[in-house]
Design a protein around this ligand. Structure first.
Ligand SMILES: Cc1cc2nc3c(=O)[nH]c(=O)nc-3n(C[C@H](O)[C@H](O)[C@H](O)COP(=O)(O)O)c2cc1C
Length: 167
């Protein structure tokens, strides 16, 4: 199915449940190599006079290698029928298995963006900043203890949403 662009300001959804409960895939790379992983922490907003998406990626993720190599990535959302696939893509690393093939999702390659045919919404994103969340960033000290026992602090990526695609 061909995807088409819609204006970002025509979107109507609850960003909290969209990211936190529906989950999403962060996919980086291109036709010659890419990887994808599930995320449920993130933000959508408006910064530096443009629509932005923020994602938080731990250093050990294989997807991070692709994310750091290129300028763009996609953040894509799927119907409930794909939830098991998202669970799998969020549990297994692309370093260990050909997880995209096993997930049953069908990659779509468009310029430097990779997403999946089953998506119901895709944000094409251009990286603007990458900021490590360091232990001294936390004003609430419990966060460090609770979420980083292995000291694997997230990198926070803020990206411009350059295109919103729907089927
Ligand atoms: C529901 C869910 C949400 C997740 N959210 C994040 C996240 O926001 N950031 C992150 O670094 N990892 C997150 N993960 C973990 C990665 O998706 C998981 O480690 C994945 O296997 C990494 O794959 P990769 O090594 O192929 O990149 C999440 C996993 C699940 C199941």
């Amino acid at each position: 199915m061909a995807f088409h662009s819609i204006p970002y300001d025509s979107l109507q959804f609850n960003p909290f449940t969209k990211i936190g409960q529906q989950w999403a895939l962060v996919t980086a790379g291109n036709a010659s190599g890419f990887n994808t992983m599930t995320v449920s922490w993130g933000a959508l907003g408006y910064l530096w006079n443009r629509p932005t998406a923020t994602i938080y990626i731990r250093p050990q993720r294989y997807t991070k290698e692709f994310l750091d190599r290129g300028d763009t990535f996609t953040l894509s959302f799927y119907p409930a029928s794909c939830k098991a696939a998202l669970g799998y893509l969020g549990k297994v690393s692309g370093r260990d298995e050909n997880k995209v093939e096993k997930s049953g999702l069908t990659p779509v390659f468009s310029d430097d963006a990779v997403y999946f045919e089953e998506a119901e919404l895709v944000f094409v994103c251009r990286k603007l900043s990458r900021t490590p969340l360091l232990p001294d960033s936390f004003l609430d000290g419990e966060l460090d203890e609770k979420y980083y026992p292995q000291k694997d602090y997230h990198d926070m990526y803020i990206a411009e949403i350059t295109e919103v695609l729907v089927p």
